[in-house]
Write a protein that binds this ligand. Structure first.
Ligand code: XMP
Ligand code: MG
Length: 178
C-alpha cells in the first residue's frame, strides 16, 4: 500500500469484480443500442478503460473535461466544462461515466447541458457514489460502490494530480493535504 494512504478501501480484485458486474448490467440494457459512453475527464479514464472492456457489445467512447476542484479536497462549486459533444448526441443513447459522484454539482450541470441536445436516453454510471454528500438533485443509475464521505485517491482519482495510477482505491491521510 502507498504510504500516503490510511487504508485500501477497494482492492484491485474487488474493483475488477465490480466492473465486470457493471458490464453485465449494462449489456442487459444496451446490447442493441450502440450507446455513447461519455467519460468526464480526467478522473474517469481508468474506470472507463476497464468498463468498456467489460462490455461485450457495440459502443462508442467520448470524453469531456470538467473541473471544479483544483488542488483542494473540497468542491469549489464552480464547474467549468469543455469539449462537450454537440448535436452529435441527438437521438443517441448516452451513458455518462464518472469517477465519483460527490455533491453532484458537476454532474447536474453536465446532465442539463447534455439533455438540451436531445439524446434518446441519458444515464449515469459512477464508479463511486458519496451518496451522503449529495447537494444537487441527481443520482446515478449504475453505481460501482456507495462510499462514505472520505477523500479517496487511486484508480483515476487524484489529489493535486497525484495517485491516479494506483491500481486500488484508498483514503488519503489527512496530513497529506492539511
Ligand atoms: P461534485 O461535488 O461536483 O464533485 O459531485 C465531483 C468531482 O469532484 C471530485 N471528487 C473527488 N476526487 N477524490 C477525488 O480524487 C474524492 O474523494 C473526490 N470527491 C469528489 C471528482 O473529480 C469528481 O468528478
Ligand atoms: Mg479530480
Amino acid at each position: 500500500m502507498h504510504r500516503d494512504l490510511l487504508n485500501i478501501s477497494y482492492s484491485e480484485e474487488t474493483i475488477s469484480a465490480c466492473v465486470r458486474g457493471l458490464g453485465q448490467r449494462l449489456a442487459a440494457e444496451y446490447a442493441d443500442k450502440n450507446p455513447i459512453f461519455l467519460g468526464i475527464l480526467k478522473g474517469s479514464f481508468v474506470f472507463m478503460s476497464d468498463l468498456i472492456r467489460a462490455c461485450d457489445f457495440p459502443l462508442e467512447v467520448r470524453f469531456l473535461t470538467a473541473s471544479s476542484y483544483g488542488s483542494s479536497t473540497v468542491t469549489s462549486g464552480n464547474v467549468s466544462v469543455s469539449g462537450a459533444p454537440g448535436t452529435e448526441i441527438a437521438g443517441r443513447h448516452v451513458i455518462i461515466v464518472e469517477d465519483i459522484l460527490d455533491t453532484g454539482t458537476t454532474l447536474a450541470k453536465i446532465r442539463d447541458m447534455l439533455s438540451a441536445q436531445n439524446p434518446a436516453s441519458l444515464k449515469i454510471c459512477a464508479f463511486l457514489d458519496k451518496a451522503e454528500c449529495r447537494r444537487a438533485d441527481i443520482s446515478a443509475d449504475y453505481v460501482g460502490f456507495t462510499c462514505p464521505a472520505a477523500f479517496f485517491v487511486g484508480y483515476g482519482l487524484d489529489y493535486a494530480e497525484r495517485y491516479r495510477n494506483l491500481p486500488y482505491v484508498g483514503v488519503l491521510k489527512p496530513e497529506v493535504y492539511e
